[in-house]
Design a binder for this molecule. Structure first.
Ligand code: UFG
Length: 325
């Protein structure tokens, strides 16, 4: 297939681009490089530099009507804290840019789309594990903007026959490593995620890691999260691409179905790196739910997907990736 990947210079987008190329697809990446890196785009994909508003219509129109088979839409701002400080960046940068993309797709007759949605659309869950029919009550503008895009996709499916799939990611971790080949992994300038921050301590870039709260109603008092290996996440995108059906918007949670505490993650990083990794307990981070674990039943039965790589593999691959940089 001929595919447009928005945000293909970012963490998840670059991994999935590599997997799409490996599967024999032709990939054009559109990325404004505001947080991504040009050298993260896998060789074999063509990079077009620009925002969706600036370039999506032109790229999709190139070669005539309907020449792209589908779009995989990763381009987004994804810092929860920043979204609370500067919500306009999220309404405009996520929702506004996405609407420009959807209209460019409509105008050029490209109607298949796989979208990176998020667990943040659910907010504080009433029940765990979270199923796709759970109430969506995001607690920050990041989650709200992603939920609004999910809603727009449902509308475009109903009104214009789009075949759309929203994948609601839980906690993505790990890297894609190929022996003797290029690697793709997490390279955020502003790093808020747990595993890369813990690995910074093992690398000697930070003295200790902060544990954000130890008084949650969980077995060891720290938050539980559902970690998913970025390669397993990518596999789900390839399955979702095949599952796009006209006039239908489907939503799938993407997590492993089991939770690990912050302390368990730090312990795994200690085992993998052999570094003592000092940890200091600090206050809770505002807006963090105690437990976020996906029910992955729907994607397992609907698309035949299952996670193959455990927490040890995520930490090991992330560690190999950062050491290679
Ligand atoms: N944490 C620490 N110390 C750190 C970093 C994180 O204790 O230095 C804790 C957090 O408080 C949280 C857990 O580690 O309990 C995981 O935090 P991350 O920042 O790695 O991930 P989140 O669960 O906050 O974020 C994920 C996705 C977001 C999404 C969010 C939904 O990465 O994109 O889930 O709540 F919005």
């Amino acid at each position: 297939m001929k595919l447009l990947v928005t945000g293909g210079a970012g963490y998840v987008g670059s991994v999935v681009t590599a997997q799409l190329l490996e599967a024999g697809h032709e990939v054009i990446v559109l990325d404004d490089l505001s947080t991504g890196h040009a050298d993260a785009v896998p060789a074999g994909a063509r990079l077009v530099h620009g925002t969706l508003r600036e370039r999506a219509a032109e790229v999709l129109a190139d070669g005539g009507e309907g020449s792209f088979d589908a779009v995989l839409h990763f381009a987004a701002k994804s810092l929860v804290g920043e979204s609370v400080q500067k919500p306009w960046l999220y309404w405009d940068g996520n929702l506004g840019e996405s609407l420009a993309l959807l209209d460019a797709m409509r105008e050029t007759g490209t109607s298949r789309i796989v979208f990176s949605s998020t667990a943040a659309t659910y907010g504080e869950p009433e029940e765990t594990p979270i199923v796709e029919t759970a109430p969506t009550r995001p607690t920050n503008p990041y989650g709200m903007s992603k939920l609004a895009i999910d809603t727009a996709l449902a509308e475009y499916a109903r009104l214009f026959g789009f075949g759309a799939v929203s994948l609601r990611y839980f906690n993505v971790a790990g890297a894609r490593l190929v022996e003797g080949g290029e690697a793709q992994g997490e390279r955020h300038a502003v790093e808020t995620h747990l595993i890369p921050n813990v690995l910074k301590v093992a690398r000697g870039e930070k003295e200790s890691v902060s544990v954000f709260g130890e008084d949650y109603p969980t077995p060891d008092g720290t938050c539980l999260r559902d970690y998913i290996h970025v390669v397993d996440l990518g596999v789900a995108h390839l399955l979702a691409l095949d599952a796009c059906a006209p006039s239908t918007h489907q939503i799938f949670n993407l997590g492993s179905g089991s939770g690990y505490s912050v302390r368990e993650v730090i312990d795994m990083c200690r085992e993998v790196t052999g570094h003592p990794i000092p940890a200091e307990v600090g206050p809770r981070r505002p807006g963090d739910p105690a437990v976020l674990v996906a029910s992955s039943e729907k994607i397992r039965t609907g698309l035949g997907w299952k996670p193959e790589r455990d927490l040890r593999a995520m930490v090991t691959d992330a560690w190999t990736f950062v050491q290679g940089r």
